[in-house]
Design a protein around this ligand. Structure first.
Ligand code: FES
Length: 113
């Protein structure tokens, strides 16, 4: 059973990251919800989509529910996670009702040389 991070959020969407359930409001990004509630997800660029520190590994059954990555996100993911189709940037995924129950793992921050 996951731990639970929540404010009293009406019309909330719940997603689970590293076994911790997080309540979010529609339109909020995964990164923003994690930061608001103290759940663990890193950022260097503060959600501008340029650092890759917020990478998450999306459970395969949810991949088709996500919009495809935009050009800059796809380019960064291709650089940081070449050939991995389940990684996305937590700062670029906006939550909506279709993603209620989304399951993720935070991808450890690594430095490519
Ligand atoms: S927080 Fe930097 S890419 Fe998402």
């Amino acid at each position: 059973m996951p731990d639970f991070c929540a404010g009293d959020v009406l019309d909330s969407i719940t997603f689970v990251i590293d076994g911790v359930a997080v309540a979010a409001t529609p339109g909020e990004s995964i990164l923003a919800a994690c930061q608001r509630l103290g759940a663990k997800l890193q950022t260097v660029c503060k959600g501008r989509g340029i650092c890759g520190a917020c990478r998450v590994d999306v459970a395969p059954e949810f991949l088709d529910l996500l919009p495809p990555p935009e050009k800059n996100e796809a380019r960064l993911l291709n650089y940081l996670s070449p050939g991995v189709t389940t990684h996305r940037l937590g700062c670029q995924i906006k939550l909506d009702e279709t993603l209620d129950g989304l399951r993720l793992r935070a991808v450890p921050l690594t430095v490519r040389t």
